[in-house]
Design a binder for this molecule. Sequence first.
Ligand code: DQQ
Length: 553
Amino acid sequence: MQSRNAMGTPQRVLLLAPWALLLLLALQLEAEAAPPSVPSSIVSPLLRTGYHFQPPRNWINGMLAILEFLCLPLPFCSNVLQGVVPPVLPVQPKGAVWGNIVWAHSVSHDLINWIALEPAIYPSIPSDKYGCWSGSATLLADGTPAITYTGISRPDINYQEQNIAFPKNKSDPLLREWVKPPELNPIASPEAGINATQFRDPTTAWFADGHWRMLVGGVRRTRGLAFVYRSRDFKKWARAKHPLHSAMTGMWECLDFFPVAGSGEEHGVDTSEHGEKYVLKASLDLNRYDYYTIGSYNKGKDRYFPDDPAGDYHRLRYDYGNFYASKTFYDPAKRRRVLLGWANESYIVPDKSKAKGWAGIHAIPRKMWLDPRGKQLLQWPVEEVEKLRGKSISVGGKVVKPGEHFEVTGLATSYQADVEVSFEVSSLDKAEPFDPAYDNDAQKLCGVKGADVKGGVGPFGLSSLSPDLYKPTFAGFADANISNGKISLRSLIDRSVVESFGAGGKTCILSRVYPSIAIGKGAHVYVFNNGEVDVKVSHLTAWEMKKPLMNGA
Ligand code: DQQ
């Protein structure tokens, strides 16, 4: 743990994830039993996630388009519905590596149980003949859902054009079939001066001052750009002269732009409504992380101004782990903004991905709102995931001495669990001074310190043993007041993924973990303390997690 200020003022806490180690203390998956017999896939099926969104097989990409506002009954659902949210997401139908991207289609009434339908959007017109890439959904004033997406019209250079599709039958509650009116498509093509190979992923549109607006990501030289397109009727679109915003980051893809309520207000704001503040998120093609800023939006000029220009797209991340190409949507039934993100997964050797047979999952949907200080967003797993909680065990008031650990016993499924912990550090005196050289780069700090560092206060972490997956050291600072020595952690453990929420959702880290021994019944949950001062587990509750319906996987 690094402490930035004297007691009583906000402090910066470093949270570490898999195969790094870090700070305070935490949960550790460890191994005791021998690995199960070698499966036909190169990865044990016991490491396949159970309650994270995934297709039955093959590659899944990021960027779900959620159709907002739908509140329809599903035939398979016997409960009172909160609303139906059919996402459509790009998947690769032919294997566990990227390519041949179409929009698969799944439906859910709770964002946790999913049923797979036939693909919704697939190549069928000249402007999407070689691929249907990411996009968004918008509900029009008359209740018609519209999907806008990027089509590939030339395979040699992945030439990108924006397209539109509408449901064939609006009264089909599952919106199974989509049509692409030939007289409208493409709705936006790369004009002179636009890089046609980096021009993609239209956002959910918003309505202001008589016009619909949407963004398309791009780049000019090394400047990431949010192109603005305007339309009166949602059919004919024209590009505005100036982008909404830009920054020296390289290409921007999978943009997201939405209003948020005032500081500390947990409710969400519909995309076309007025927000106290606005969030512009860009997925940086260069490093494959999702960065955001909070700022204000001038509707008349269609310009966005971040509150902290110095932190433009290198400071705040949605998640400091493996989390990319995310998208939010507004859920009117629960008045919340929900974030969906993708955990990409690639072997350095593509053949290994093919042999594995599946690649990529989506994070558990997260509610998202503005922190009371207004300087960052907070995230928390949607409450529906708690329906999967089964048997629980609790521990309270247990002190973990330096160098010691204890096992959280009594769970039949330690490999699939939801764990909430409140820690209390006896003293911050031994916390290392904050090193400004690593400001905003906890990952670099942890990379330098290594995975077995022993700190003054902490560290904590998890470990992974698969040698050839892409797996940097993940870490994040939490800008939290811990002058009372208290800090919380929630971890959703699902076989080969650990999603952690530090300090009440200030810092989130998703990481894939492929242990070679801590598989299935060989996985255990531990609390450990590698620091020099006592740490008290004031309260810990761990739940076994059940498996939901998951697209037949
Ligand atoms: N991948 C998609 C793009 C998007 C990117 C194509 C996200 O539309 O920009 O597979 O990884």
